[in-house]
Design a binder for this molecule. Structure first.
Ligand code: CA
Length: 664
């Protein structure tokens, strides 16, 4: 039996690459009503057997024995083709049949589901043949026809939601059967406790004005038992079946078709609401190294150190090897499947720094070839959790290598995040809004979307930057502000912290780049200081819709900020060099940043004048020439309608942002 090191050396030989690393467009199943072709790539296998089952799990076999609708053949030996492929054709309509493989490599036989499966049984260990068309919900053929993807990507407002968090709280007034499920997104007209006053769920997202909802993992993951109760919780960064929706969010996880249909119902509901859908792709590691990929071709899909040990740059036990040809092909297949089959509008890549820039750029090109595909978003985390061992000649898609990435692949900008509110790993450390001195220069770079002219890392254009101060990882913005200010009661209101929160939001919404935030940031979401809630109770993780009512004024502030942003063309995402239209004022006090943005279009104000005051006292600033309309101050972002004119100078209250529009 070969060792890990021997496999690594074998996979990197010229002979292996030339013989086996070929494009294989039909891996998985090719379904028609007349026959289904099963194909699997396993160049290391001596023999491969295909097995069929009437049900999706062994438990169901036992419970439902004797009711088999089909004749079930025992292990069928698959036919070896060229380039490491095994295949088998089955006559007749196989829709609804479950299957897996037995693969003999080096004398060891491993049972495995199909890594290319597009449907599966409960908990995903048996793959399923499906006629995808038959599973489409009513109206799917016109899904997205009225959804203007191009318009939505002009000024993205990305809102990060976990499927269960969204509707788990009964105050959302989502019915019990749909609470925490895909189907919750299909409900319209929901209000807080059903009182008819404050919108919740989908109606709330419309009111807030988000352009895209970014869903935490929704592919089939392994950490939640789909047979178990709804009180289980996990973020889902533990992929099992990449091409299949997670079953615990479906109303019936046993019927492999249900999760597919309901997922599409959800996508359709988003598009009807004018909201795009972004999926979180965790292609950098698998739940366990004992994955379908590894059972199919041992070691091939995983990155190794020279001695054969598996890399662990993900800190999740393994790293996939994006630089290996068939892993890169697999990544493209996965992304394209969601884009084409589920009409997905964007992809977020977890630990993108573990992927190479070549594959990321190739995914971009593949998406661009789809109808309207150039408006499908791509962004990722430009870092790793630990070191990895990418093959020589490839470049990691990290922040330092951003210039190697297509200008329409964006990164989460941790510099902006940490400059505004303080470092995520040092809970007590503050940023510009909560009292740290000397942050002005970093805030200026954040404003420019890191397209500055100084030395050091920089983006090519603002379209490579995601500006944010909260995401699922680490403390919520509210909890972070409370922690740094020594405020130990996360649930009580606090005017000082609210002011800092508004200032943080105003900075994010006036930076170049795209705006991103964790759902509920706008109503002071708290997880009671839980900084890593990936497996905490849904009661900690859920969106608390009572806060959406209690913090309604903060919600309004965010809504107004986005309106200002959307109405001013220079915040749109495709601008080239922000230093050509942004000018900073040098003559200001410490902990104050002030600047003008000139508008080079005919739409909206001639220019904006923006001030961030991070100080504990009010400051007076002289304005450029002209008459300015006050659009936002530290309290309200809906001041435009009051048409309050400011000239020559302005007083900016402590811990606040002021936004003024110059009249033409
Ligand atoms: Ca699952």
């Amino acid at each position: 039996m070969k060792t890990g090191q021997q496999w690594k050396q074998y996979f990197e030989t010229k002979e292996f690459r030339e013989q086996y690393e070929k494009k294989q467009p039909n891996l998985g199943i090719l379904y028609t009503k007349e026959k289904t072709i099963f194909t699997i790539w396993t160049p290391t296998a001596k023999e491969v057997f295909l097995c069929f089952y009437p049900y999706g799990s062994e438990q169901e076999d036992r419970e439902k024995k004797g009711k088999l609708p089909h004749y079930v053949p025992e292990k069928i030996e698959m036919v070896q083709g060229e380039n490491g492929v095994f295949s088998y054709d089955i006559e007749g309509d196989c829709h609804g049949i479950y299957y897996d493989f037995f693969i003999n490599v080096d004398g060891v036989v491993r049972q495995t589901a199909d890594p290319y499966a597009i449907a599966c049984g409960v908990n995903g260990s048996r793959s399923m043949v499906v006629d995808m068309e038959r599973l489409n919900p009513v109206g799917w053929e016109v899904d997205g026809k009225d959804f203007d993807r191009e318009e939505k990507t002009k000024c993205p407002f990305l809102y990060e939601v976990h499927v269960k968090d969204f509707s788990f709280d009964p105050n959302s007034s989502i019915e019990q059967a749909y609470a925490g499920k895909y189907m919750a997104f299909t409900k319209n007209g929901t209000t807080y406790q059903g009182q008819g006053k404050y919108t919740t769920c989908m109606d709330y997202l419309k009111e807030l004005g988000v352009t895209h909802v970014h869903l935490l993992p929704t592919y089939d993951f392994g950490s939640v038992d789909e047979k178990g109760d709804n009180f289980q919780f996990n973020w889902g960064y533990d992929p099992v079946n990449y091409l299949i929706p997670e079953g615990s969010y479906a109303t019936d996880p046993y019927d492999g078709g249900k999760r597919i249909t309901e997922f599409k119902e959800m996508v359709m509901a988003f598009h009807k609401a004018g909201i795009g859908v972004v999926l979180d792709m965790v292609l950098n590691h698998t739940y366990s190294v004992d994955s379908w990929l590894n059972r199919t071709v041992p070691y091939y899909y995983y990155r190794q150190w020279e001695d054969g040990e598996l890399c662990n740059g993900s800190a999740c036990g393994n790293d996939t090897a994006s630089e290996r040809f068939m892993m890169a092909e697999y990544m493209k297949k996965v992304v394209l499947h969601w884009a084409k089959e589920y009409h997905i509008d964007g992809f977020r890549f977890d630990l993108m720094g573990l992927h190479d820039t070549k594959v990321m750029n190739e995914i971009r090109e593949e998406l661009d070839r789809l109808p309207n595909g150039e408006h499908i978003l791509m962004y990722g985390e430009p870092w790793t959790a630990s070191q990895t061992n990418m093959e020589q000649g490839f470049i990691q898609a990290t922040k330092d290598n951003i210039s190697e990435l297509n200008s329409r692949i964006a990164i989460f900008c941790d510099n902006t995040r940490d400059s505004i509110k303080g470092h995520v790993f040092y809970e007590e450390e503050a940023g510009f809004v909560n009292g740290k001195e000397g942050m002005e220069d970093l805030i200026k770079k954040s404003v420019l979307g890191w397209c500055h002219r100084e030395n050091g890392w920089k983006a090519k254009t603002p379209s490579q930057i995601i500006s944010y101060v909260s995401a699922h990882d680490n403390l919520t913005l509210w909890d972070k502000l409370c922690r740094t200010m020594g405020h130990t009661d996360f649930t009580s209101q606090n005017e000082d912290i609210l002011a800092m929160n508004r200032l943080a939001a105003a900075i994010v919404f006036t930076c170049q780049g795209a705006v991103f935030m964790q759902a509920g940031e706008e109503f002071a979401r708290t997880k009671l200081g839980d900084e890593n809630s990936y497996s905490s109770s849904p009661l900690i993780n859920q969106l608390d819709w009572t806060r959406r009512v209690e913090y309604q004024e903060l919600v309004e502030y965010y809504k107004g900020l986005y309106q200002i942003r959307r109405n001013f063309p220079m915040f749109s995402w495709r601008n080239i060099d922000p230093t050509s239209y942004i000018t900073f004022h040098d003559n200001v006090e410490k902990n104050v940043v002030a600047y003008r943005i000139k508008n080079d279009t005919n739409i909206g104000y001639e220019e904006l004048f923006i001030v961030y005051n991070g100080r504990e006292d009010e400051v007076k600033l002289s304005l450029p020439e002209g008459r300015f309309v006050l659009l936002a101050n530290g309290i309200s972002s809906w001041l435009e309608k009051e048409h309050q004119i400011v000239e020559q100078e302005i007083n900016v209250t402590k811990k606040s942002a002021y936004i003024l529009g110059k009249e033409s």
